[in-house]
Write a protein that binds this ligand. Sequence first.
Ligand code: CP3
Length: 342
Amino acid sequence: MTKTLLRALAGETLPTPPIWMMRQAGRYLPEYRATRAEAGDFLSLCYNSDLAAEVTLQPIRRYGFDAAILFADILLLPQALGADLWFVTGEGPRLSTITGPEGMRALKGKDDIHDHLAPVYETVRILSRELPAETTLIGFAGAPWTVATYMIAGRGTPDQGPAHALREGDTETFEALIDLLTTSTIEYLSMQVQAGAEVVKLFDSWAGSLKGDAFDKYALTPAKRIISELKARHPGLPIIAFPREAGDKYVGFAKAVGADCLAIDNSVSADWAAETLQPDSCIQGNLAPGHMVTGGQALIDETRRIVQTFRNGPHIFNLGHGITPDADPENVQLMIDTVRNG
Ligand code: CP3
């Protein structure tokens, strides 16, 4: 019997939607915190294939999600391209910055990334052996624009200001970076698929800050290039696109880029998405992550409402963004029970 997540991605309307959660392996789980401590720090955990596989499996064991997402980070690719990367506890990622053509010249090429990323491919191989037969393995990468925002600013920024400034002030350097990220993301995801990933997801967390033509050039076009090349190399590979906070730009996105599923954030209404987006593709989402902190009847009501709203088309239940470290693990169980038992 085909796995439920793959059936939804193939366009089937199921009586109960398959369910998984962004950042399901994470700091809200005590067993994650213990394994991260064993690894030493977050990046050491990402590059320790046995422990990265272990934290991927933890939420599957605890909750029986329908999918597992490879434990890694979107910023491992820039590191493989030669950027310095480190994480400041309590603050987030830091990277060396790309501010002009000399920064681009210092980076490696798209085919030079695999030695560095070999532990990630090994994590995928371990997972494809160890996951339960009914659980789908999702690989992922950041979309070029989102990864570029971190490589340009050297950190997360509230408005992606430095990336927009380079885009406008030195378009040539900016486009060279988007191009390198587009081609290397194809190589990176293709290797994840060869290692055993059954689905891939492209995270464009900052797509919403690109407007108008800029959205089409730097969010839509790179996604389309990545997806069409992956589908040419791996016929039938299901792909989830997540142009977060795209708003009206969600309309037609899945068809335009060739994605099988559009993941939506919780700033758009489920009613609107069911009517406007779901006829084009499977929809993934879109419970507000805050319910995993607050729980109670509001969590139950919202979960039921989202399941009901998307029940007439292909749907994968998920949050609108990653679960936060202050979430209560019992609320995750309550969400799953509500999705599965009504
Ligand atoms: O979803 C999963 O469970 C799979 C693993 C995964 C991680 N990061 C692990 C992680 C995935 C898919 C990501 C994607 C990612 N990483 C994105 C895109 C999705 C999104 O959240 O918007 C982005 C922008 C990043 C970059 C990144 N990684 C930031 C900004 C941070 C710091 C913020 C934070 O939550 O601490 C990270 C760290 C990170 N990546 C953690 C995890 C579990 C927390 C690290 C820790 O354990 O201390």
